[in-house]
Design a protein around this ligand. Structure first.
Ligand SMILES: C[C@H](O)[C@H](O)CC(=O)C(=O)O
Ligand code: MG
Length: 394
């Protein structure tokens, strides 16, 4: 096995849902007047697709070993990411040993530093990294959670993100996270509506069910503080991604400002151990939420998680389906996981990356047995019904 090398890497683009989970049709809860950094422009307030949240589409990275085994992964990044894989990163991948994951990561990161570090480039690198882990798992016929050192629990438990925590409660989830609908540019009236929505949901779910608000980078410190104080009487468990991911200082101040017991969470748009080091050392949050498809992949997430552990912070990865399930199972400081409700009305559990993956497991009663993940690699296949497009076939 040690002598197996990588023969080919191929990058494809896919449209419609899946890893680019904001790429949904009209009427989906995920695009219904959600507060964003663009909400200050009234013409971009009603829909995130209006400002282009879904322009990139899904990147599919396929890596083929010299024995013909193929590993793959999906993330966001679409055509520009496919360009980076084929025209730049391929040189570090093809010809390397299938076990060279750490070296390939370092070469991809160092060689893109002058135009990378965060965002699209790290999404791309993450996609390659996840495909390498999938390939190694498939070659060794072991699930990725075993390659990572083994699971620390037999079952994962989930909270649900979506418009209907009351329905998520009935489906067995441990909590519900709602999108915030109104930002600072909608003034006091918007703030009142945000709090009314939370109060209404608290009424429906009773006193003990976790309720959280996802602010998707859209607030300023003053608004976030007022929201947190107002939300405290409705038992808000955490306020998520309230500020710009660049505002480490704002997060540190917000953490001081929120009522005792309320948690501050962020990090889904942060990347690499260096970005998370800022969040952790500056005391920005209680829970970090890296997305394994965006933060640098699994190789980097393991390092980020160790850093968080040393700072007594939990790591609850953002979405990302099987790619995070295999990780969460192996970490003591990841006691629960997120499940993104991709049904348009958030009224049923559907696989998060549907329709792009086959065999994608979902929580049942808000839980997932580890045995469900006991398949080689990440345990999923690409759906052959999805139209793959390879824009930069070398
Ligand atoms: C619901 C949020 O606006 C976003 O679409 C997903 C997210 O940030 C999360 O799951 O966390
Ligand atoms: Mg979020």
């Amino acid at each position: 096995m040690g002598h197996l090398t990588i023969k080919h890497v191929r990058a494809f683009v896919l449209r419609g849902g899946g890893a680019d989970y904001h790429d949904q049709a009209d009427g989906h809860w995920i695009d219904d007047h959600i507060s964003t950094p663009m909400s200050k422009y009234p013409e971009y307030r009603q829909s995130r697709r209006s400002f282009g949240i879904n322009v990139l589409g899904t990147l599919v990275v396929e890596i083929e070993a010299s024995d013909g085994t193929v590993g793959f992964a999906v993330t966001t990044g679409g055509e520009p990411a496919a360009y980076i894989v084929e025209k730049h990163l391929a040189r570090f991948i093809e010809g390397a040993r299938v076990t060279d994951i750490e070296k390939i990561w370092d070469q991809m990161y160092q060689s893109t530093l002058y135009y990378g570090r965060k965002g699209l480039v790290i999404n791309t690198l993450s996609g390659v990294d996840l495909a390498l882990w999938d390939l190694l798992g498939k070659i060794r016929q072991e699930p990725v959670h075993q390659l990572l050192g083994g699971a620390v629990r037999d079952e994962l438990q989930f909270y649900a993100t979506g418009a209907r925590p009351d329905l998520a409660q009935k489906m067995g989830f441990i909590g519900g996270k709602m999108p915030l609908h109104h930002g600072p540019s909608e003034g006091e009236e918007g703030l009142r509506k945000n709090l009314e929505q939370l109060a209404d949901m608290r009424e429906r779910v009773g006193p003990d069910f976790w309720l959280m608000l996802d602010c998707w980078m859209s607030l300023d410190l003053n608004y976030a503080t007022k929201l947190a104080i107002g939300a405290h009487e409705h038992g808000l468990k955490w306020i998520e991604e309230a500020l710009s991911p660049d505002d480490y200082w704002g997060y540190a101040a917000l953490r001081n400002n929120v009522p005792k017991g309320m948690l501050v969470t962020t990090g889904e748009h942060e990347a690499t151990r260096w970005g998370f080091r800022m969040l952790l050392e500056m005391g920005c949050c209680d829970i970090i939420q890296p997305d394994v498809g965006w933060c640098g992949g699994l190789t980097e997430l393991v390092k980020i998680s160790a850093l968080a552990d040393a700072h007594n912070a939990m790591v609850v990865p953002h979405g990302s389906s099987v790619y995070s399930y295999h990780f969460v199972a192996t970490r003591h400081n990841s006691p629960f996981a997120e499940f993104l409700m991709m049904a348009p009305k958030a009224d049923e559990v559907v696989p998060m990356f549907h329709p792009q993956l086959l065999g994608e497991p979902v929580p049942v009663n808000g839980r997932m047995r580890l045995s469900v993940l006991d398949k080689p690699g990440f345990g999923v296949d690409l759906n052959p019904d999805c139209q793959l497009h390879r824009p930069y076939n070398r």
